[in-house]
Design a binder for this molecule. Structure first.
Ligand SMILES: *[C@@H]1O[C@H](CO)[C@@H](O)[C@H](O)[C@H]1NC(C)=O
Ligand SMILES: *[C@@H]1O[C@H](CO)[C@@H](O)[C@H](O)[C@H]1NC(C)=O
Length: 413
């Protein structure tokens, strides 16, 4: 391996790989936009930016987690045909994946975007935005520029973000809700369910591109990641900090990597995310205007640990004494998915071209669910779909959402 190869493969490939998973489009294009952006005016909020222009009513809400993060949520209480009828609308919560935010549910036309389709189908729609992303950067005492603001992994999304937002919607609507998660939004839900959390407040959960195990990301990049991601490397390099894919440091690393002879970043990207069948070029354009969004470096490390270890556990401090301090044991506790209550209605939809939610990893998840009550588990396999198609694909309105909605109607109690 060349000198460049050596320095670049370790941390840098990992960063590249882990962020392109969601971008679903041409990397070079993204750079140009990432560098010149900052023109997105977030101050008016997501409702004003992406919902109101389509003629839907939309409310902004704020939810404070037990550790002080102020999360924004948007509610589309009813569809374009109005709120008349006096029927009690079923609440549904949409939880996006890593390195993106709630806007991903709103980028296609209203006839194609899940949030609008649900509203027009009579649901009371709630959109969440994970801590650290554009619309959820406030904290009761911490500054997003400080290190302590970023001292969390996806464990905290399980232990504080999700309970806060689910509780909030549950109280506002005075009934149990349906949950829709994509990518990391499925992982945090499954981890919660395995601890018996949230299940008393949910009617059902729909998991799109379910991610629980990541062992089978069988791309050359993936394998390099697995080998390279020993905690030390990343921890020393970035430490506890913000992981912002649009920051100069990350952009420059990627450019450096992609400018190596023989490396074609377009192919690298496709080989990582999978070949999305059904994205609309104008939607991708919009996506790149708003995404990717930051997360914590610890979240990225935690995901890489899942990939490396093949077991779903809490964040591994990679040192016995530190694990002992946090968990009272030398290894991080397991999220055991076989403990997911067998009567929780689950709808899973996964794609044959999805290299992140790989078919073999989904098989392992389904194996954990083999004791699940048959009438409470619905599994859909779409052979042409890759990771982003579930949220932004133009055919999802025909092949995914109608079955999901009828599943919700079948489990409305
Ligand atoms: C793609 O999106 C644009 C802009 O919303 C729209 O005009 C066009 O009809 C869409 N194409 C498809 C195939 O959905
Ligand atoms: C999960 O729990 C089951 C049943 O108690 C057990 O057989 C299995 O080994 C556990 N898995 C892990 C990864 O701890």
């Amino acid at each position: 391996m060349s000198y460049y190869g050596k320095i670049l493969t370790l941390s840098h490939i990992i960063l590249l790989g882990l962020f392109v998973q969601v971008s679903g489009s041409r990397l070079t294009r993204w750079w140009d936009m990432a560098v010149g952006r900052g023109d997105v005016d977030a101050s008016a909020g997501l409702c004003a930016l992406a919902v109101a222009p389509h003629g839907y009513k939309c409310e902004e809400h704020q939810v404070v987690t037990t550790d002080g993060y102020i999360l924004s949520m948007q509610r589309i209480p009813f569809g374009r045909n109005g709120g008349a009828g006096g029927t009690r609308r079923q609440p549904v919560l949409l939880q996006h994946g890593v390195l993106v935010d709630g806007i991903t549910w709103l980028l296609n036309s209203p006839q194609e975007s899940l949030a609008f389709i649900l509203a027009d189908s009579g649901f009371d729609v709630w959109i969440s935005n994970t801590r650290g992303t554009r619309f959820s950067r406030q904290h009761t005492s911490l500054d997003p520029k400080s290190r302590s603001y970023w001292d969390w992994s996806w464990d905290e999304l399980v232990s504080t973000d999700l309970p806060a937002i689910v509780d909030f919607v549950y109280k506002q609507s005075a009934q149990k809700l349906h949950y829709v998660g994509h990518s990391l939004g499925t992982l945090v839900a499954l981890a919660s369910f395995s601890e018996g959390k949230l299940v008393d407040k949910l009617k059902s959960a729909a998991l799109l591109s379910p991610v629980a195990y990541l062992t089978h990301m069988e791309t050359p990049l993936g394998i390099l990641c697995a080998k390279a991601f020993v905690g030390e490397i990343i921890t020393n390099w970035l430490g506890v900090s913000e992981f912002n894919p649009a920051s100069a440091i990350v952009v420059n690393l990627l450019k450096g990597f992609c400018s190596q002879p023989g490396v074609d970043c377009y192919d690298l990207m496709t080989s990582f995310t999978g070949n999305n069948c059904c994205l609309n070029a104008s939607t991708v354009e919009l996506f790149l205007k708003y995404e990717p969004q930051p997360t914590s470096t610890k979240t990225m490390v935690h995901l890489a640990q899942t990939f490396r270890d093949g077991v779903l556990t809490k964040y591994d401090y990679e040192r016995k004494d530190l694990n002992m301090e946090s968990y009272g044991q030398t290894t991080p506790p397991v999220y055991n998915l076989t403990n997911i209550p067998a009567d929780l209605p689950l709808f899973l939809s996964y794609g044959g071209k999805d290299l992140l939610s790989d078919v073999s990893d989904v098989a392992q998840l389904l194996d954990d669910l083999k004791q699940h009550q048959i009438d409470k588990l619905s599994v859909q396999f779409l052979k042409n779909f890759a990771h982003a198609d579930f949220v932004m694909g133009v055919t999802a309105k025909q092949v995914v959402y109608p079955s999901m909605i009828s599943f919700f109607h079948d489990h409305d109690k």
